[in-house]
Design a binder for this molecule. Sequence first.
Ligand code: E4P
Length: 223
Amino acid sequence: MLYILDTANIEDIKHCNEFYPLAGVTTNPSIISKEGKHFRETLKEIRHIIGEDKMLHVQTVQKTAEDMIEEAKLLKKECGGVFYIKIPIGEEGLKATMELKKLGIGVTMTTIFTPAQALIAAKAGASFVAPYVNRLDNIIGDGTNVVAEIVKQLDYYKLDCKVLAASFKNAEQVHKCSCVGCHSVTVSADILKALISHPMTDSALEAFEADRIKTYGQKTLLD
Ligand code: E4P
């Protein structure tokens, strides 16, 4: 399982990159706009924090295959490191993906809502397909089941493509996806924290601390 951060918030990226086994960062036009900062500068800052070896997924805003390809080349050059262009599923997007595959530029096909969309994206050469779990759950579309079916299809046809599940609103959705073999998830900093938090962990630690202090006092081996 790869854990990726779905944000352009610099403080969150710095924090999660330091404390979690992060594989990279994903953005989309809404996520970058939310921070209200210069587009290119924001991407450069993210790359500076995560380094060259972690993945940076950036979404194209172009409408034709030709423009998507040009933007992908430009962004890859500017962002450097391990880079994926996010392209929404559609005819122009598929055409661009097939071309980018030949050029060696990785594609994450996004705005995926069905296994059929994911399968064709993978056949076109996408390295990742990004189904929107919470948006599916919101319309009783069973996001986890869509992820499970995509995982099964990619495995069945032995396609070199991974599921990058996206659009999560809680830790339970992430956990359910991990139970069906989802390869990677992109989540907020809050969800990452929720994934490691448990009130029983907190109370166990409090009890250990109280017992130790009762017997040995406040000092530790490092004092
Ligand atoms: C994925 O590619 C998107 O960036 C994102 O996860 C969508 O999440 P939302 O449904 O919270 O907007």
